[in-house]
Design a protein around this ligand. Structure first.
Ligand code: SF4
Ligand code: SF4
Length: 459
């Protein structure tokens, strides 16, 4: 039995080897990723334009703490909903990673998709494959080098600008973005400054930072050592089959394993690691090494799949177990969180109203025989549209006199507060403390029911 390569999950990338020149990947898995990336990019670009009931499908306005997720508005006062949404998202990531490893990183993460499927492909198209890029970087500054470098960086800046606009569309919405485009820039100086700033950040990220965004900056990569276990599916080298490694010698009986030490898996790796050293924190599961090794296996007449999607237990013990007690535990927690989220969303009102008797106030006896109590109220608009709430008394009979206008209007996620005098005929009041039932309406639609108490003089 062969020895498992050390699992270097916390190993740091070798910064002295940068910049990296990964070879252009090709093969079955790469083609699948290209198709999937086109779907991801299409979704990324069309999502800000999608609407449900006139509202954006997704809005992530971190500046004003307003979020819309699948048409559900989460405003600054929805801290419960926001907290539960974040928590369930986190548990989902943990569960998904425990079972499927870093599938997200390799296939759907915008950083990988833009880096490998957009920027890297442009680089290959302009400067050629890895060898040519290396030569170009080492060459002196000729007109050809100036032309290629200028053209490449101009395209990089242009795409970074597009991505910055896309980010803004998610944060402020497409309407605000179109306003920025169509109106004089001076009127939208902060937003325009944001776009310029993020264009710079994206350009720096995709032109220079590259794989370090995954291996040094991204916290998700650093969590791998606690999230992955021996049953997690990952891109892995089958050391049982591959070791001991050895060059291929024609016409000689092979006594080594199937790895012929060609280093093709290393040459294509965008993070510059050797997958044969075991699962590593820097591996973004991009599948490039699977394709590279399969090409080699095919060439030398060995069975493909020396590097493949598999788990440590399959390689070492030939046992596959996707669902372990740990994953069942995470799934149960996730189910609980989703149920709580579903309940909160289903029972959620458009407004959140509080109505309390004004501090220090007593009942007021009116000349017409009715009794008055003074209240202060606050109404939060929990939607992303204008709401005109109307507070009405359900029981007992009585009337409301608002200080100021009774026509209330709340902006999206807005708040209004005021004072209201509630008058109730004495005949309706049987005891000193009476429970009042009120409702908040918008036209004839009941938005919310509220309760409070009413104080009357002792009989
Ligand atoms: S590509 Fe395959 S055969 Fe070549 S070094 Fe890597 S694991 Fe070994
Ligand atoms: S080791 Fe393989 S899957 Fe991991 S990043 Fe490198 S090429 Fe991609």
């Amino acid at each position: 039995m062969n020895t498992a390569p050390t699992t270097n999950i916390n190993r740091q990338p070798k910064s002295e080897t940068r910049p990296l020149y990964p070879q252009r990947p090709s093969g079955k898995w790469h083609n699948r990723r290209v198709v999937f990336s086109i779907i991801v990019l299409t979704l990324l670009f069309i999502t800000p334009f999608l609407r449900i009931g006139g509202q954006p499908l997704v809005l992530l306005n971190v500046l004003e703490r307003k979020f819309i997720i699948f048409g559900i508005f989460i405003g600054p006062q929805d801290y419960w909903l926001f907290g539960l949404t974040m928590l369930s998202f986190f548990v989902f990531i943990v569960l998904f990673t425990t079972v499927f490893g870093r599938l997200w990183c390799g296939w759907a993460c915008p950083q990988t998709v833009f880096m490998e499927m957009v920027f890297r492909k442009i680089e290959y198209a302009i400067e050629g494959d890895a060898g040519k890029q290396k030569l170009l970087d080492k060459a002196r500054w000729t007109s050809e080098k100036i032309l290629k470098k200028t053209f490449k960086n101009a395209v990089f800046i242009l795409i970074s600008f597009v991505i910055a606009n896309l980010l803004l569309a998610y944060v402020v919405g497409t309407d605000a973005l179109f306003q920025l485009i169509s109106e004089p820039l001076a009127e939208h100086a902060p937003l325009f400054t944001g776009i310029v700033l993020f264009t710079g950040v994206f350009y720096f990220n995709f032109a220079w930072l590259r794989e370090q965004a995954c291996t040094v900056v991204c916290p998700y990569g650093r969590l791998q050592s606690v999230l992955l276990d021996r049953n997690s599916i990952n891109v892995a080298y089958d050391y049982e089959r591959g070791e001991p490694r050895g060059k291929l010698h024609k016409d000689q009986l092979r006594t080594e394993g199937d790895c012929i030490s060609c280093f093709q898996c290393v040459a294509v790796c965008p993070t510059g690691i050797d997958i044969r050293n075991g699962t590593q924190m820097e591996c973004v599961n991009c599948t490039a090494c699977i394709d590279a090794c399969d090409h080699i296996m095919e060439k030398v007449g060995f069975e493909k799949g020396l590097i493949r999607y598999t788990s440590e237990n399959v390689i070492a013990k030939k046992t596959a177990r996707l669902l372990t007690p740990r994953t069942w535990g995470y799934a149960a927690v996730l189910l609980l969180l989703w149920s709580a989220l579903g309940f909160i969303v289903a029972t959620r009102n458009d407004t959140q109203t509080t109505l309390f008797r004004a501090p220090g106030s007593r009942y007021i006896e009116q000349a017409d025989g009715s009794i008055g109590n003074l209240y202060t109220f606050k109404i939060f608009n929990k939607t992303n549209r204008i709401v005109s709430p109307d507070i009405r008394l359900d029981t007992p009979k009585g009337r409301l006199i608002f200080a100021g206008s009774s026509h209330l209007t709340l902006d999206a996620a807005g708040l209004t507060e005021g004072t209201v005098l509630i008058l109730i005929p004495k005949s309706e009041l049987k005891k000193r403390k009476t429970a009042l039932k009120l409702s908040v309406y918008q036209r004839n639609q009941k938005l919310e029911e509220i309760e409070t108490t009413f104080i009357a003089p002792e009989e």
